[in-house]
Design a protein around this ligand. Structure first.
Ligand code: ATP
Length: 521
């Protein structure tokens, strides 16, 4: 199946099975805003827990906070968001569609990159065994010409963005002959800046004086609390503060389902370090975050790093972890070395010292910061899209299965009496009692057992537990595994330990921790 079609199926599956609904759908929805349903809320919570535990529980020097969404408006002046949190937008006069100018250019670059890959593939076929990819890339004239083109475009874009030369950005779009994907024309407006922050008014004050913003990132809630946490928690550098929570951005072009939303959730960790050590920590966190992703067991080829050419105003190094979504490789997470920009700016604007006295060096300084920042909704989409599979079975039937990592599944086990009589439901209820304090379960007695299996496959439930007449005699149940569809008989007493070993997060965290320790050694 082509990826676009698969993606459409993922979206309708998400709705049909209670994962994600369009917001206020009875009023035809609200653009780029979504609600998580009964299954989605569980999956999202499990991903959030996985992140939180990996950050806060596994690191003695990282603590978690929960700051408010509303913050003093000066926060956003200091952080640079009032003046610089802009996207350059451009409209096509024929289609009336609005685009981010930099995204149009990046998409053009992606096309040139795919030309390079095609050329390399041709070479691979032509030279077969003797193919030396590195040499080919370094010498093939077509590849070299295209690399040069990309470098030139990137150079012009970087200069235009850094100097806020919007006319240069527009000229680049004209020179590259970029057309609107909808109308196919080059009838563009000028490029304009557009601030992405939502604002509202606090209390009864109206106008500029009462204006406050909905936070566009959770990071600033951490920076303004740096000293509170450091002092009350007696934290020693290097240490981290983690937080998950809602962020809001008035995105110009919001599409691709929950990939780019106007209200979304971030999971961020700011790691405070001694100035001069930030590059070591930057590389450390790049590797650590990639390990966290890979521990999910998805193929390595689904991830790649993208090092930034164009650095944000606060960063001295930045990279994205990109994931191969159904619509291509896109940013899933960012790792940024933010220098002392944020704490320094808050010192200036607040007049309060935000420093750390380092007992090892006897110096007082504004710490440097390395942050890891991931969108929970994007992570949800990556997980869901990768897990979704349509399978043809040996008997010719078909099933849709969510191959979610077991520990992330919304429902860990379904408990099913074979029939709705003969004391089987009562026995099934006993098993619910036995397990429900530790595991999220679903009780299901409707329809044939085959249909019930399909329903649980579609939710990604790892284990189905069936109670039949024999259970009443021998105290055993049939458990059926989602992925292999294998069935086995186990005794009821074994169930808690068996489920624990299959679906708990602990084993994943242990593996992650062991890898981390090996990396540090
Ligand atoms: P993009 O380039 O895609 O706009 P960004 O570089 O602005 O993202 P950051 O400010 O670094 O993103 O935010 C960190 C993370 O928050 C991103 O990696 C992404 O996972 C998530 N994120 C950012 N904007 C959105 C959004 N509009 N909807 C959902 N998730 C988002």
């Amino acid at each position: 199946m082509i990826p676009e079609e698969q993606f459409k199926n993922v979206i309708s599956h998400a709705k049909e099975y209670g994962f994600v609904f369009p917001s206020s759908e009875i009023y035809d929805g609200l653009s780029a805003v979504y609600d998580y349903g009964q299954m989605g809320a569980e999956l999202k919570k499990n991903i959030r827990d996985y992140w939180w535990k990996a950050m806060v529980q596994l690191h003695e020097n990282i603590v978690g906070i929960d700051a408010a969404i509303f913050m003093h408006p000066t926060t956003w002046k200091a952080s640079g968001h009032v003046d610089a949190f802009n996207d350059p937008l451009i409209d096509n006069k024929d289609s009336k569609k609005r685009y981010r100018a930099d995204v149009l250019i990046e998409e053009h670059i992606a096309k040139i990159e795919s030309k390079i890959e095609k050329e390399v593939d041709k070479g691979r076929k032509r030279f077969a065994e003797g193919f030396d990819e590195a040499q080919f890339r370094a010498t093939n004239p077509n590849v070299l010409r295209n690399i040069e083109k990309i470098e030139e475009i990137n150079g012009r874009m970087k200069a235009a963005l850094e100097n806020s030369q919007l006319a240069d950005l527009q000229q680049l779009i004209v020179d590259l002959e970029i057309v609107c994907p909808i109308s196919g024309t080059r009838n563009w407006t000028e490029v304009r800046q557009f601030n992405l922050m939502f604002s509202t008014e606090m209390g009864a004050v109206s106008g500029e004086s009462g204006k406050i913003y909905l936070r566009p990132e959770t990071a600033q809630g951490i920076f303004v609390n740096f000293l509170n946490v450091q002092k009350s928690g007696r934290m020693k550098i290097p240490f981290g503060i983690a937080q998950t929570g809602k962020a809001f951005r008035n995105e110009i072009v919001a599409r691709q389902f929950i990939f780019r939303m106007r209200e979304f959730e971030q999971m961020e960790m700011q790691f405070f370090v001694r100035p001069g050590t930030e590059m070591t920590w930057y590389h450390y966190w790049k590797a650590a975050r990639m390990r966290w992703h890979r521990a999910l067991g998805f193929p390595e080829s689904k991830y790649r790093f993208h090092d930034h050419l164009k650095l944000a105003h606060y960063a001295n190094a930045a990279a994205d972890i990109e994931f191969e979504f159904p619509f291509g490789f896109k940013e899933l997470e960012g790792i940024h070395s933010r220098t002392d920009f944020d704490l320094g700016a808050h010192e200036q604007h607040s007049g309060k010292k935000l420093r750390y006295f380092d007992p090892e060096t006897n110096e007082s300084y504004v710490p440097y910061v390395v942050e890891t920042s991931i969108g929970l909704d994007r992570m949800f989409l990556a997980t869901l899209a990768h897990a979704y599979a349509e399978e043809k079975l040996e008997d010719g039937s078909e099933r849709v299965v969510l191959r979610l990592p077991y520990f992330l599944a919304p429902v860990k086990a379904a408990v099913m009496p074979l029939v709705k009589k003969d004391g089987l439901p009562e026995k099934a209820r006993e098993i619910m009692q036995l397990l429900k304090y530790r595991f999220q379960l679903q009780y299901d007695e409707k329809d044939s057992i085959g249909k019930r299996y399909r329903r649980q496959d579609a939710l990604g439930t790892p284990i189905c537990i069936t109670i039949d007449h024999q259970t009443l005699e021998d105290g055993q149940v049939t458990i059926r595994h989602r992925d292999s569809m294998q069935q086995e008989r186990v005794s009821i007493e074994q169930l808690p330990a068996l489920l624990e070993s299959l679906v708990s997060m602990e084993a994943v965290l242990q593996r992650l921790n062991a890898e981390q320790e090996a990396y540090q050694a």
